[in-house]
Design a protein around this ligand. Sequence first.
Ligand code: GDP
Length: 228
Amino acid sequence: MAGFHAAASLQRPGPEGGPACEAMPMAVPNPLARAQYLLAAHNFRQLPPDGGFEVAFAGRSNAGKSSALNALCQQNALARVSKTPGRTQQLVFFDIPPTTDRFLVDLPGYGYAKVPQDLQAHWQAFLDGYFGSRQALRGLVVVMDIRHPLKDYDRQMLGYAVQRGLPAHALLTKADKLSRGAQGNALLAVRRELSSAFGDTVSVQTFSGESKLGVEDARAVVGRWLEL
Ligand code: GDP
């Protein structure tokens, strides 16, 4: 957890060596800023060894998942690689140097109705197997547009995690598009629904890749799961 202290401060001596004056904030190091593309896996053989810690990110196409990943990792184009044609049916792994066993895993944005049926079946089996057996998986982040939360696929992904006994965290993103009051109402409504559907294993927060609202909180959740 070394990189996730909420606030680090530096005590400076006061003038003439007198009492220390006001604490000066220091930049909080963000281990996720070192995240880099590692590989894209289309089947089990292509996955990295299953001995570490990983957090998976899911979200409907256009929900804001790439922007959320980029904001968490303080990078502009990290998640773009997940969107290149041909990668839409793969698990994209980012590692976090200097560690070699901590990963962020970008699950494809869903909305793949146009995918041929056999590929869809392959993908469904791959996802089922990944969620069912991947020991390294420590938690799931589900990114949802705050204006359209908890669609069928979101519930399906949350169900996968909860069934496995894994914690999940929902990001209600694009919160900057709503007033403060509307954000609060949406958060309450989603929290209530999650609690009745999944108990207390799913947490939720408001988020914005645009204004950076909630980025620190989300980073703390991911950092805790990865034991960074
Ligand atoms: P993805 O398909 O889930 O990876 O979604 P993207 O991250 O590519 O975002 C889809 C669109 O929503 C893009 O036009 C983004 O600029 C926009 N977007 C993403 N996050 C936010 C946000 O927090 N606020 C606003 N206003 N727009 C966002």
